[in-house]
Design a protein around this ligand. Structure first.
Ligand code: HEC
Ligand code: HEC
Length: 211
């Protein structure tokens, strides 16, 4: 093959090879023919989500956590009318592919806050970093990691998640409509929080780890 032919071949094969390279990205941008809408419509190609619409940020969440939530929407153990039909239209390979894609999207690192950091005065920070032991609520960072960075696939990152979404989830556990948490860990926490605490702690975590 001479050089020109090679270049022409690369020009044709290049984009095709690229499209086939990442099935996760393809699903995010185009959905599938089985009824899964393009995730990007709501969560963005970059996984930033949409605070006003209540679409969570997916960028930088652990792949194992994303996959398990999709499996739960699929199985109906996490009940949500928008995500249920989409997750049901994904097969197990597609779930792994989209989870890996969004987990790999870059996100500002969560700040390295821990128990030794000076405690900010606002009630959201107090709850996040110290808990409310008058109600038996441990600090959120005990499970969600320093700075809300997340721990493994069990404890999702909260830093930089939209406040509206964090608040909706806490209220869903409190009223029993979300109940897919292992060991009822979050239900126990949320049932002891009042509206003002939910609002404060949601804004606290949303403000962490922003670019
Ligand atoms: C029409 C809008 C829409 C589309 C399209 C959509 N989602 Fe969602 N997604 C939502 C909403 C709304 C929620 C929040 C559900 C809730 O409040 O419990 C959500 C939640 C999620 C969650 C849970 C996140 C968490 O932190 O627990 C995951 C994972 C997810 N979506 C993945 C996807 C994937 C992957 C696709 C594409 C295959 C997709 N979504 C397509 C609207 C959408
Ligand atoms: C005892 C451990 C524990 C503590 C303490 C805890 N969480 Fe959680 N949290 C979890 C687990 C486990 C999950 C994942 C549930 C699942 O798998 O569906 C979770 C999930 C969440 C989610 C859902 C995130 C998402 O992407 O959908 C939010 C929001 C949340 N926790 C907020 C908080 C806040 C705020 C506090 C402090 C007031 C807190 N958590 C304290 C264990 C804990």
């Amino acid at each position: 093959m001479n050089r020109l032919v090679l270049i022409a071949f690369a020009a044709i094969a290049g984009p095709l090879a690229h499209a086939g390279e990442d099935p996760g990205k393809q699903l995010v941008q185009q959905g599938n023919a089985q009824g899964a809408l393009a995730c990007a419509t709501c969560h963005g190609v970059d996984g930033a989500g949409n605070a006003a619409a209540g679409f969570p940020r997916l960028a930088g969440l652990d792949a194992g956590y994303i996959a398990r939530q999709l499996q739960d929407f699929h199985a109906g153990t996490r009940v949500q009318p928008v995500m249920a039909p989409i997750a049901k239209a994904l097969n197990p390979d597609e779930i792994q592919a989209v989870a890996a894609y969004y987990a790999a999207q870059p996100l500002a690192p969560a700040p390295a806050l821990d128990r030794s950091s000076p405690l900010p005065q606002d009630p959201g920070a107090q709850l996040a970093l110290r808990g409310d032991w008058s109600k038996g609520v441990p600090e959120c960072t005990r499970c969600h990691g320093a700075g809300g960075a997340g721990v493994g696939s069990q404890f999702p990152r909260l830093a930089g998640q939209h406040a509206s979404y964090i608040a909706t989830q806490l209220k869903s556990w409190r009223d029993g409509s979300r109940h897919n948490d292992p060991g009822k860990l979050m239900e126990t926490v949320a049932k002891n929080l009042d509206d003002a605490q939910i609002d404060a702690v949601s804004h606290y975590f949303a403000g962490l780890g922003q670019p």
